[in-house]
Design a protein around this ligand. Structure first.
Ligand code: TYM
Length: 316
């Protein structure tokens, strides 16, 4: 029986944080280990182009993110690791999807509405973002997309787009499912709001000890109760419920001690990742080769699917 297919990705817009890790990447690793899925992990550089419009920064961020993937344990022997821009079928399919997508439908996207609320002049790239993401997912006959809550609507767009295409041109796409784990769907940042690169409230996944200290000390504590909830909600990612209960019961109102305990737990978790990352980063030739191999594997799957799609629409 053929394996199920899994695909996910991250935008290379800056250092990944523990929200990305616990919300998505940790699940990637579990699926890779279980081995019941063909896993595909992408660097969404064309999506990032909406935010990063500087060639040095784009190149550097993309390379850094590949190193990050490898450092957490994404294994190129078991998973396909590739850069979106290396597989031109993604943007080609996005165009095809554009022709069956209406503007009012795209106007309902949360990301579009948020951008509009900020009164920005919105680029066509931002407007079409969900369509490129639908192409990313559907090109690989993906069954499962492990992501955080903020991507839920994007997976719904991919499903709707697949359905619309199938209705118009005949059965071509599988309908993918989002995999969102409730407990880690929205990891909070140092201000208690959703952790996000754009909010400046992150704890980077590969932080130095100093950065961990600085981030934890900046956690906004609410002095109304015995438990600093913003500290607690991050801390519970690293300890069992019983351990947390004992620690926080024994230290009611002692915010400094609790923050120090969180620093230690974070450092215990991050230190081996940081060290592994430093080792991997030394060998840029190997990293380049991993990306070339990943691009070839991804291309062979995507190009085959694109031929099927082009036949369905009648351009070949
Ligand atoms: P991106 O780069 O914003 O985020 C990467 C992943 O991290 C998750 N995430 C979080 N999860 C829980 N709590 C948080 N605070 C938190 N912050 C981020 C995101 O939900 C995501 O899973 N559009 C995507 C990239 C993408 C993609 C794809 C993903 C492009 N094509 C195809 C899946 C499939 C994005 O911008 O993720």
């Amino acid at each position: 029986m053929s394996k199920k297919i899994l695909l996910s990705g991250i935008k290379p817009t800056g250092r990944p944080h523990i929200g990305n890790y616990f919300g998505a990447m940790k699940q990637w690793l579990e699926f890779q280990t279980v081995g019941q899925y063909d896993c595909h992990f992408m660097i969404a550089d064309y999506h990032a182009l909406n935010f990063i419009q500087n060639s040095d920064e784009m190149r550097r961020n993309s390379l850094e993110l590949i190193i990050d993937y490898l450092a957490i344990g994404i294994d190129p022997k078991r998973s396909v690791l590739f850069k979106q821009s290396d597989v031109s079928a993604h943007t080609e399919l996005a165009w095809i999807f554009d022709t069956i997508t209406t503007m009012p439908y795209l106007m309902r996207a949360h990301a579009f509405k948020d951008a509009e609320a900020k009164d920005k002049e919105i680029s066509a790239g931002t407007f079409n973002y969900p369509i490129l993401m639908a192409a990313d997912i559907l090109l690989y006959n993906t069954d499962t997309v492990p992501v955080g809550q903020d991507q839920k609507q994007h997976i719904e767009y991919a499903r709707d787009t697949a359905q619309k295409f199938n209705n118009t041109f005949g059965e071509t796409f599988k309908l993918p499912e989002a995999l969102i784990i409730k407990e880690v769907a929205i990891i909070p940042g140092t201000d208690g709001q959703k952790m996000s690169k754009s909010h400046g409230n992150t704890i980077p996944l590969f932080s130095s000890r100093d950065e961990i200290v600085k981030a934890v000390m900046s956690i906004v504590t609410d002095s109304s109760g015995d438990i600093p909830m913003n500290v607690y909600n991050i801390h519970k990612l690293f300890r069992s419920e019983t351990e947390m209960k004992t620690l926080y019961d024994n230290n009611k109102g002692k915010y400094k001690i609790l923050k120090e305990a969180l620093i230690e737990d974070l450092d215990l978790f991050i230190k081996p990742l940081r060290e592994r990352r430093e080792e991997i980063a030394k060998d840029t030739d190997t990293i380049k080769k991993i990306l070339d191999d990943g691009a070839n594997k991804a291309r062979s799957i995507a190009d085959k699917k694109l031929s099927e799609i082009k036949t369905a629409i009648g351009v070949i």
